[in-house]
Ligand binder design. Structure first.
Ligand code: FA5
Length: 334
């Protein structure tokens, strides 16, 4: 075989061997065999070219160099192919465009709580907080609810045995945010103007408007000369600020141990009246229990069901929707 044919055979053998190399080790063996400088097919070709007649040598040498460059380049390409991670069927194709992520939203009850705070802040009320696990003094006694009152029946409340063991006295999940009225008055001198928003717990039968855990907003204002007219004005302004001028509300005489006189606060909801809160003038016994002089100070208090307002605003017909974490429901509020 002449030198030209030998060069052609070298090229085709080298390219075939490079294509067949299945691993980095295979490739290195092929590289040494076809491109090694000390021995191997390249060295053999160089020796052969050294023996061709001098007048043919420039053309053959040129051809040799071209083939050598092509084989070297093919070796580098194969090297980078073998280094690339293999893409098996089903693996992630990082070159495809990503799927858009849906952002979560603030829960409708949290949004409502934030908006209630804003409305009440505009009326001059600041925010106070209290614990959800309470003692009987704050949940009952200081609120003028004596030991024999039916509201204190253990079957009407969630008593927490573990908390009792720790505290050394009965503890329950608060059944109303009115507990915070007492906590605030115990540590503040009048004038007082606060709201407190949070969870309360009652073993009520669950239906479209009742849950065993729900949220209330408590309001308390105590100062010299506070009257029922202030209470009704604040509640009406609050309701219209949150639900608009067309909201229909009414007050009904009622009874709470911690207010006198007391009212219930209803709202027109789906062609009927729905109770949305209780309110009244703080009972002198309650003012006395926290060391306020009832001859000097008067006050009003109210407790509103947050879910029921939110249901009215957004046309929600079942309170249970708020707690079921169904994204189809929650997305409406995102
Ligand atoms: C009270 O809880 C009184 N603490 C309110 C109060 C505060 C009166 C200050 C006077 C002065 P009542 O039990 O009516 O009252 O509850 C108040 C509101 O909470 C109700 O009008 C209703 O909107 C809401 N509510 C009561 N029970 C449930 C329940 N199981 N599920 C959802 N909302 C409820």
């Amino acid at each position: 075989m002449d030198a030209v044919a030998q060069i052609a055979a070298y090229e085709s053998d080298a390219l075939a061997a490079l294509a067949a190399a299945a691993s980095a080790d295979d490739l290195e063996a092929v590289r040494i065999k076809f491109l090694g400088k000390k021995q191997g097919r390249l060295k053999d070709l160089q020796t052969l070219i050294g023996k061709v007649p001098a007048d043919e040598r420039p053309a053959i040498g040129k051809r040799f160099n071209e083939v050598k460059d092509r084989v070297t380049a093919a070796c580098e390409v194969r090297q980078s192919e073998l280094l690339k991670p293999r893409q098996s069927a089903g693996a992630i194709d990082v070159t495809l465009p990503g799927l858009p992520l849906r952002l979560g939203g603030v829960h409708p009850l949290t949004q409502t709580i934030q908006e209630f705070r804003d409305v009440m802040a505009r009326l001059g009320f600041s925010v106070a907080d209290g614990p959800e696990v309470e003692d009987e003094w704050h949940n009952f006694e200081a609120l003028n609810i004596p030991a024999d009152h039916p509201a204190r029946d253990p079957l009407e409340n969630f008593y927490v045995a573990a908390a009792e063991a720790l505290a050394g006295g009965p503890r329950l999940l608060r059944s109303q945010t009115s507990t915070v009225q007492i906590r605030v008055m115990e540590r503040t001198r009048p004038p007082v103007r606060i709201v407190s928003l949070g969870r309360v717990y009652r073993p009520d039968a669950i239906d479209a408007t009742h849950s065993c855990m729900f949220h209330q907003m408590e309001g308390l204002m105590v100062d010299r000369g506070v009257t029922m007219a202030h209470l009704k004005t604040v509640l009406r302004q609050f309701a219209t600020a949150y639900l608009g001028d067309s909201v229909e509300i009414r007050f009904r005489p009622s009874f709470f141990p911690f207010t006198e006189p007391s009212v219930e606060f209803d709202m027109r909801w789906r062609d009927r009246w729905l109770e949305v809160g209780g309110a009244g003038m703080v009972d002198p016994n309650v003012l006395g229990a926290v060391g306020y002089d009832p001859e000097v100070y008067t006050g009003f208090a109210f407790g509103l069901g947050i879910e029921r307002f939110c249901m009215q605003r957004y046309g929600v017909t079942d309170i249970r929707n708020f707690y079921e974490s169904d994204v189809r429901f929650l997305r409406q509020f995102a």
